[in-house]
Design a protein around this ligand. Structure first.
Ligand SMILES: [Zn+2]
Length: 277
C-alpha cells in the first residue's frame, strides 16, 4: 500500500468534518495538504459542499437550525457520556479527546448532512415540479402554433385545389336551384373530369340530427356520389371533392339529404338540382 493510499484511507473520514469546518487548525492543514494531491477527496468535498450549500438557502422559515443544533448537542452529550473509559485514560489524553470529539462531530455531520440531503432533494423536487410546469406550458404553446399552422396549410391547400379545378381547361359549371324542400337555397358546381369538383351553396336549411347532405353526379345510368357535406351555421358551404376520372358524364348534379355518413344511392329529398348543358 502506498503512502498516498494509507494517507487517503486515514483522512477520508475527515471530509465531512472539513466541509463543516469542524477540523482544528492542524487537522485542517493536514487534510488540505492531502486534498491538493487527491482527486477522490477533492471530488468528495465538492459534492458534500453542494449538499451543505443547499441547507441555509432552503430552511430559514421552518427554523430547523435551532432544533438541529439541540439534536446535535444532545447527540454530542450522549456520545461523551458513552465513552467515559476513553476520556478517563490519562495516558492518551489528546487522542481520547480527539476520538470523542471526532465521534460526536461525525454524528453531528451525519445529522446535518442527512438533513441537508433531505432539504436538497426536496428543493430538487420543487425545481423539477417547476420545470415540468414550464415544459407543459411550452408544449401547449407548441401544440397551439402547430394547430394554427395545420389549419393554415389545410386552408391554403384547399384554396389551391379549388383554383386548380376552377382554372381547368375541361371545367364545366352547373348552377343548382333550390327544390321545394329548400326553395331559398342555391348552389353552383364546377366540375373538371381531370381535376375534381368544387361545390358551393348558400341558404341550405340546417340539418336534423343524424342527417347529412350528399352530392350526386347523376348520369343516364345511375347517380354517383361525389361526397357528403355539412353547411355552416348560415347554411353556406364550399367543398372540393375528388371524383373518379372515369365517372360517366353527368346530366345533372343534385344534392339530397341522407343518413349520416351517406349512402351508395340517394334515398332522401332533393334540396338542390342543376342540369348540365
Ligand atoms: Zn484522499
Amino acid at each position: 500500500m502506498s503512502d498516498h493510499t494509507m494517507e487517503h484511507d486515514r483522512l477520508r473520514e475527515s471530509t465531512a468534518l472539513y466541509v463543516l469546518e469542524a477540523l482544528d487548525e492542524l487537522e485542517r492543514a493536514e487534510f488540505e495538504r492531502h486534498l491538493a494531491t487527491c482527486a477522490d477527496c477533492a471530488e468528495e468535498v465538492r459534492s458534500l459542499r453542494t449538499v451543505a450549500g443547499a441547507l441555509p438557502l432552503s430552511v430559514p422559515q421552518v427554523d430547523p437550525p435551532f432544533a438541529l443544533r439541540s439534536r446535535i448537542l444532545a447527540a454530542a452529550g450522549a456520545q461523551a457520556k458513552k465513552s467515559p473509559t476513553v476520556v478517563a485514560m490519562p495516558s492518551a489524553p489528546s487522542s481520547s479527546s480527539r476520538l470523542s470529539r471526532a465521534g460526536w462531530l461525525s454524528a453531528a455531520a451525519l445529522l446535518v448532512l442527512s438533513a441537508g440531503l433531505g432539504v436538497y432533494s426536496w428543493s430538487l423536487g420543487q425545481q423539477i415540479v417547476g420545470l415540468r410546469e414550464r415544459l407543459t406550458d411550452v408544449i401547449a404553446q407548441l401544440d397551439r402554433s402547430q394547430e394554427e399552422t395545420a389549419v393554415a396549410v389545410r386552408t391554403a391547400s384547399a384554396t389551391q385545389t379549388r383554383l386548380t379545378v376552377l382554372l381547368a381547361p375541361d371545367m364545366r359549371q352547373v348552377d343548382l336551384e333550390g327544390q321545394p324542400a329548400a326553395p331559398r337555397a342555391s348552389g353552383r358546381a364546377f366540375w373538371s373530369r381531370s381535376r375534381g369538383l368544387v361545390f358551393t351553396a348558400s341558404n341550405l336549411p340546417p340539418l336534423p340530427r343524424g342527417r347529412t347532405y350528399q352530392l350526386w353526379m347523376v348520369s343516364a345510368d345511375a347517380p354517383v356520389s361525389a361526397g357528403v357535406l355539412s353547411p355552416d351555421q348560415s347554411g353556406g358551404v364550399a367543398e372540393t371533392f375528388s371524383t373518379p376520372t372515369d365517372v360517366p358524364a353527368p346530366v345533372a348534379i343534385a344534392l339530397t339529404i341522407e343518413p349520416e355518413g351517406g349512402l351508395p344511392a340517394p334515398t332522401g329529398d332533393k334540396y338542390l338540382v342543376g342540369l348540365t348543358h
